[in-house]
Ligand binder design. Sequence first.
Ligand code: ATP
Ligand code: MG
Length: 128
Amino acid sequence: MYRRILVAYDGSDHAKKAVVHAAALAKAFGSSVCVITVAVDPSQASLDKAQKIASEAAEALKSQGVALEEVAVRSGTPATEILNYAEEKGVDLIVMGSRGLSALQRLVLGSVSQAVASRARVPVLIVR
Ligand code: ATP
Ligand code: MG
């Protein structure tokens, strides 16, 4: 059913859970998985940090025996970059956490998951 799954990973606890779900689905459906981490700005320091975060998810997926297709690091507005990358790769499922790294816990959904869920053309699995 899902040939290619995208996990949006920011290193948060919810994103870690999203990786677990993506791995389970990939194994069940024989899907390949792409990872994206969006850096807050295009500075080398931010990109290096994002690369390190993305690698964490990649390692977790590989250790689960998942077919890792690509690990992408971009900079820009996270939701926009996630949606553009999803289109580019032609993924058929996006998996992400309900919350991220922000300390503000007043909202049920973070702004990135909210925006991706509203605008994506493919199903979005939001992991709590
Ligand atoms: P907000 O950022 O709106 O203050 P938040 O940080 O709690 O709130 P989100 O940023 O929406 O919540 O995070 C929800 C999920 O979106 C994360 O678990 C992760 O899957 C994804 N995500 C958020 N930021 C990024 C990012 N920079 N790169 C990749 N994925 C991200
Ligand atoms: Mg956030």
